[in-house]
Ligand binder design. Sequence first.
Ligand code: SME
Length: 154
Amino acid sequence: MTEAEKQLKYNQLLKEAAALLDGENDTIANMANLAALIHESMGFWWTGFYIVRTDANDTEQLVLGPFQGPIACTRIAFGRGVCGTSWQRRETVIVPDVEQFPGHIACSSQSRSEIVVPVFKDDAVTAVLDIDSQYLNTFDKTDARYLERIVRLL
Ligand code: SME
């Protein structure tokens, strides 16, 4: 896919996402539909959300939320893996080759590259959107820019 084709696809996706979430304020329902929409339109390997939750020891963790694709790890600690790093840094993390990312958590051996985008509410990270690709170097600044706009719809 060329850069222009990617932008075209994301522009369409952004419109569809806005229409899909319009009038619905349940976050889980919206995450579920967003994961399905992004996954289907872009043909990714795994697309889903990890949600910041407090466990029995009052420790915050990421817990698996709505997703599309193969089964995945359920809990990720702050600062761990790509997801926990994005949460800690409060910014999008692009990993061109998961084998080169220290501490990457391999939920699937098929995953070769990854992007994680934080979801904010009132300046706090409340979840992350995690997307895996079967191919190396799938994600760039265009993905980051559009996915950041898409999660702002939540
Ligand atoms: N690879 C992620 C874990 C989640 S799975 O990819 C679905 C990470 O390193 O945080």
